[in-house]
Design a protein around this ligand. Sequence first.
Ligand code: TYD
Ligand code: MG
Length: 454
Amino acid sequence: MAKSKSVYFCQNCGNQSSKWLGKCPACGEWNTFVEEVVSKADDRKTGLKEDHKKAKPLAIREISFEKEERMDTHNKELNRVLGGGLVPGSIVLLGGEPGIGKSTLLLQMALHMKGSKILYVSGEESGRQLKMRADRLGIQNDDCLILNETFTGEIFRHIGDISPDLVVIDSIQTLYTDMLESSAGSISQIRETAAELQRFAKSSNIPVMLIGHITKDGNLAGPKLLEHMVDTVLHFEGDRHYGFRIIRSVKNRFGSTSELGIFEMQSGGLREVNNPSEILLSHRKEAVSGVAIAAMIEGQRPMLIETQALVGQSAYGTPQRSSTGFDLRRMNMLLAVLEKRSGLKVSAKDVFLNIAGGIRVDDPAIDLAVAAAVLSSTTDNPISNNMCFAGELGLSGEIRAVSRVESRISEAEKLGFEKIMIPKFNLKGLNSKQFNIEMVPVSSIGEVIALLIN
Ligand code: TYD
Ligand code: MG
């Protein structure tokens, strides 16, 4: 009988210690250590057979490699964030808050992948609940098999029997292995079951998709530590009260991490949003003050998005500043530039900024639209709604060039905008004859003010 051994794990990063610590030396978080019984019974069998082939050092030239066949998920948005489909033998983690729609997305994907055998392992919901969900989604597919199991040994036994093309695990927190004595969902169990699945994926070349939970305060054991073990990490986010859901790839060994997948939650499941501008613009008939449209790019995709600013007299000594979907420090910087370079008095005012649709924007080209929205709200001067903006604002008030200006301009043109304000520097080398949209080149914030406020 192995002596049971207990170890302390940091619930935030998975760091291990033989005694309790108040502060984790690895991630710096306080009060995150919990005790777990680990006693590894290594003589017990796990269901996973490990044929340990001896590896031999090779030159890169000697490694044989056939062009990677990617598996089509039959879901354009998901393919996009994965970098063109699922890579055989890869392990993908889909993380997100409870209720955001992770199970819905992967079940819907599994049911749509007709012709591929898929094993959907659910430790969270009963077969009946899954059936109800599938009925709601309205898709029939007999190649998708549902398994209610949480013990990895049994799961691997079924995988051996069925030999599926793809395995979906909902969720990694519910799995347990008999290698360890600690309970399901504990750090050591998550680490061990994920490691078993990783070995399985690599040795069988069958891709595995894992669902992982994150709570609002990020306390739950899980995804943070898992991120190192898997090939791709996708974050499913969005406000539960809004219909829109965004998948962001946070880590991807087989593609870019700047791609976004956009969905809308409807009564019949998640709808792919292939043309995001359609939902991000409000199509107002009349122009209102404080609204400016930005021509931005997320990943490879240009999209137009509404930025809204509300500037008002502050009722308190310290003005309030708040921003949704845009970095607050960057907003404060833009306000300082506006004040210093154009004499606009905003330091004593409350400023609220909102990017439509619950999207978080990192593209610096949105600066110009943010500045225009603030200007428009401060002076109560509406901006014509057939105009949009792309430009980065520098500290000295200069409008800096943006990347891939052509795709921004053509997207704006496609959506029926008549004018686009762009940095003067971007005109260089730009074939403006190919566009019908009017371009308004600017080089400083002063010019922007002169053009917008007359
Ligand atoms: P779910 O996939 O269970 O979330 P998660 O697995 O991330 O915890 O989905 C949660 C929400 O989605 C639930 O509140 C109901 C809603 N929903 C719809 O709006 N339409 C649908 O067709 C389905 C299946 C779910
Ligand atoms: Mg779920």
